[in-house]
Design a protein around this ligand. Structure first.
Ligand SMILES: Cc1cc2nc3c(=O)[nH]c(=O)nc-3n(C[C@H](O)[C@H](O)[C@H](O)COP(=O)(O)OP(=O)(O)OC[C@H]3O[C@@H](n4cnc5c(N)ncnc54)[C@H](O)[C@@H]3O)c2cc1C
Length: 396
């Protein structure tokens, strides 16, 4: 590609900040220094960026919304969404490292006993790495029945089973896990150094997108955990897991938004600098219309994510907004990344260009963490409830 000049895209006005400008500026400086240079390597080598994640924790980004009494920032989910977006402009894989950390943290905050909160929540500010283990080989979208079992005895719980596709498992120090007890699916906290916990790279562990290390298979072989490591109410695990997903879906939407922004900026810079038929590619009206559509979609998804983030702070219709935000943002990122490659011509298809990574990361998030179909089920369920009919019985 021939680039003609050093013109800078006015990103401050292209992506106006929805939280204090300083918050975004400070994070952008860290992202530019520590994450952007590593984004391609993390994806190519499929590695967990431990150093980056630990450093983000030191700067407070792993605990933005956690109460200050546990070492958190006590900030809003609008701040968290903004942080996930900025980090994922450089590396969606790093974004999902934080997703599984926030999932674990939110589960303990919402449902954990006081002793569990005191034990683990302060460790998040120190950089505790976490994974959120729901899926099994026979149970993905439908987690109402599980093959992983937990049995209670006089010394606490004993867990047996195997989880698949577990994001962040390569480096995790702590699992939030779903297992079935006598009364139904329940949630457990399991540090990875407890006896009987092991993991291996299975034949389905390598994904083509959201590559923060292989999404490994994790075995729980007679793993013993104390009573307070069962989180919330026995048998209410699916409801609790879905409540946490409703939080993380908004943040996942912000990860997709970061991918869309990166792809858009790449295409805009290319079209501005590349010449064909004696003019800049961006001067072709056909290309301008592509860009106009892409920007409009990104803006729409950004507004939806901000609405969803506000609902996490206010508690207003969280399942609806969270599902809409993730569903829309993942679709927009998939569309924008593909169009961005198109605008860049052959350069867009090159292995050394970032567009392949954007397309792969965007597509992967149309499945991971709640597929588009499951999200539409949730949105429809909310709609049925609002229609006055019923509470969406039968739809998950
Ligand atoms: C990159 C990546 C990371 C992941 N990370 C994790 C993780 O950290 N922890 C974890 O527990 N899991 C993880 N998963 C697994 C993920 O959550 C599941 O893949 C997802 O829930 C879908 O389950 P499944 O693959 O078994 O598909 P299935 O449930 O078998 O579904 C197959 C197809 O049917 C559709 N479908 C299923 N049910 C319905 C329905 N009721 N209505 C309409 N359509 C339906 C699905 O949307 C999908 O298109 C990850 C997956 C990927 C790709």
């Amino acid at each position: 590609m021939s680039t003609s000049n050093n013109l800078k895209i006015d990103t401050k006005n292209l992506w106006p900040s929805n939280v204090e400008r300083d918050f975004v500026d400070n994070l952008q400086a860290i992202v530019a220094r520590d994450i952007a240079p590593e984004g391609d390597r993390i994806d190519r080598e499929d590695i967990y960026p431990t150093e980056i994640v630990k450093s983000l924790a030191k700067h407070g980004y792993n605990t933005l919304t956690l109460e200050p009494e546990f070492g958190g920032g006590g900030l809003s989910f609008l701040h968290a969404a903004s942080a996930f977006e900025e980090i994922s402009v450089a590396s969606a894989a790093t974004g999902i490292c934080l997703i599984t950390i926030y999932q674990a943290q939110i589960m303990i905050r919402l449902f954990g006993q006081e002793s569990l909160k005191q034990k683990y929540l302060p460790r998040f500010a120190e950089g505790l790495i976490c994974a959120y283990a729901l899926t099994e080989s026979n149970h993905g979208s439908d987690i109402t029945k599980l093959d992983t079992k937990a049995v209670h005895d006089s010394n606490g719980w004993v867990i047996n089973g195997e989880k698949h596709f577990i994001t962040s498992s390569m480096a995790t120090e702590f699992y939030i896990l779903l297992a079935e007890t006598e009364v139904g699916v329940s949630v457990f906290a399991v540090p990875s150094d407890f006896e009987g916990v092991s993991k291996y790279t299975g034949e389905n562990s390598s994904t083509f997108g959201l590559r923060n290390g292989p999404h490994m298979n994790v075995i729980f072989d007679n793993v013993r955990v104390p009573d307070d490591h069962m989180i919330g109410t026995e048998g209410k695990g699916v409801r609790q897991a879905v409540s946490v997903l409703n939080y993380s879906r908004t943040l996942a939407g912000a990860v997709s938004l970061g991918v869309a922004r990166a792809a858009f900026e790449g295409a805009l810079a290319f079209a501005r600098d590349r010449k064909a038929f004696n003019q800049r590619v961006v001067e072709f009206q056909g290309i301008q219309w592509y860009l106009a559509d892409m920007l409009t979609e990104i803006d729409a998804s950004r507004l939806l994510i901000h609405r969803a983030a506000q609902s996490l702070d206010s508690g207003d219709q969280v399942p609806r907004w969270g599902s809409e935000a993730k569903y829309k943002a993942a679709a927009v990122a998939t569309y924008v990344a593909s169009q961005a490659a198109q605008i860049c011509g052959a350069y867009g298809i090159m292995e050394n260009a970032p567009f392949g990574r954007y397309i792969r990361d965007a597509k992967a998030y149309q499945v991971a963490g709640g597929s588009a179909e499951i999200l539409k089920n949730t949105i429809a369920k909310c709609l049925l409830s609002l229609s006055g009919l019923q509470d969406g019985k039968g739809l998950r």
